[in-house]
Design a protein around this ligand. Structure first.
Ligand code: C2E
Ligand code: MG
Ligand code: MG
Length: 281
């Protein structure tokens, strides 16, 4: 009896896994067509000077206007895009679109583009960045490439070569989600980063976890001694802002300063933050 019950459970679980796999495959297939169908678009979130709150640049954040599910965040589909390989095509589109947009802004602020692990180990990224800069006319030093810390875990020479080539072109490298991995400090020394963004989790737990403040303080000290710009992101409240501004970070980002908004060719950067606000999650 126990045995047959176990078998029934296994069957039900298999069906559940099957279902999940089918959903995943359908998502991957739809994603492959999404660029061509014009279903992808970019929103921009300001990165500001902490005291004045004035924008210094904007981070491009990808969205997928899915025909049936509505607007999706990359949290839902980036992993599928990485595994199916379509992230390379999508990443190329993001780079071209973001550089084109930034080149049309009224003020020469920087644009930050997120780059995934799969793009870093492929051979095409340097080409794609070069082309995006050339076709848009955006000066290379206005482009920042954000690399999530956890995608650097493996010590790989192809990644090192790629990051060094990007620096030679003149783009800036940003370590995103500092403190989310295990080798933050060695990665900061190993690769030519000029900026780091502290993982949002530390700001979120600032009020009830004393260790969070220790991590933020040490990141700021490390940035100062290595000559690396430090960004505190995930600022949602005035309390977080005032408490953290005292620590004199170089830059801040978060819903308090501005949620991700559309900022296409016609939109002047001075109007950003007031257009098409996205409901904070
Ligand atoms: P990220 O690079 O850490 O980007 C910041 C994320 O935190 C964004 O979510 C942003 O909307 C959200 N955020 C900003 N301020 C706050 C805040 O004050 N509080 C809270 N709770 N959240 C805040 P989003 O747009 O859903 O993007 C999620 C992740 O997807 C990004 O995390 C990035 O790793 C990835 N991503 C976004 N766009 C791209 C892209 O074009 N290519 C690649 N490869 N990855 C992307
Ligand atoms: Mg980022
Ligand atoms: Mg993140």
């Amino acid at each position: 009896r126990a045995k047959s019950l176990g078998k029934a459970r296994t069957c039900a679980f298999d069906r559940f896994l099957d279902q999940q796999q089918r959903t995943r495959r359908r998502l991957e297939e739809e994603l492959r067509g999404a660029v061509e169908a014009g279903e992808l678009f970019l929103l921009y979130q300001p990165i500001v000077e902490p005291v004045s709150g004035n924008p210094l640049g904007y981070e491009a954040l990808l969205r997928w206007r899915h025909p049936t599910y509505g607007t999706l965040s990359p949290v839902v589909f980036i992993e599928a895009a990485e595994e199916s390989g379509s992230i390379v095509e999508i990443g190329r589109w993001v780079l071209e679109e973001a550089c084109r947009h930034a080149a049309s802004w009224d003020h020469p602020l920087f644009v930050a583009v997120n780059v995934s692990a799969r793009q870093l180990s492929g051979a095409d990224l340097v080409d794609h960045v070069t082309t995006a800069l050339k076709t848009s006319g955006l000066p290379a030093d206005r482009l920042e490439l954000e690399v999530t810390e956890t995608s650097l875990l493996a010590d790989r020479t192809d990644i090192a070569r790629c990051l060094e080539a990007l620096t030679r072109i003149g783009a800036k490298l940003v370590m995103d989600d500092y403190g989310s991995g295990y080798s933050s400090i060695s990665n900061l020394r190993r690769y030519p980063f000029t900026k780091m963004k502290i993982d949002r989790g530390y700001v979120a737990t600032l009020e009830d976890d004393p260790v969070a403040e220790v991590v933020i303080d040490s990141a700021l000290a490390l940035g100062k001694s290595l000559g690396i710009t430090v960004v505190i992101k995930g600022i949602e409240t005035e309390n977080q802002r005032s408490r953290l501004t005292e620590k004199a970070p170089d830059q801040m980002q978060g819903f308090l300063f501005g949620t991700p908004v559309a900022m296409g060719r016609q939109t002047s950067s001075s109007q950003a933050g007031r257009r098409d606000p996205e409901v904070p999650r």
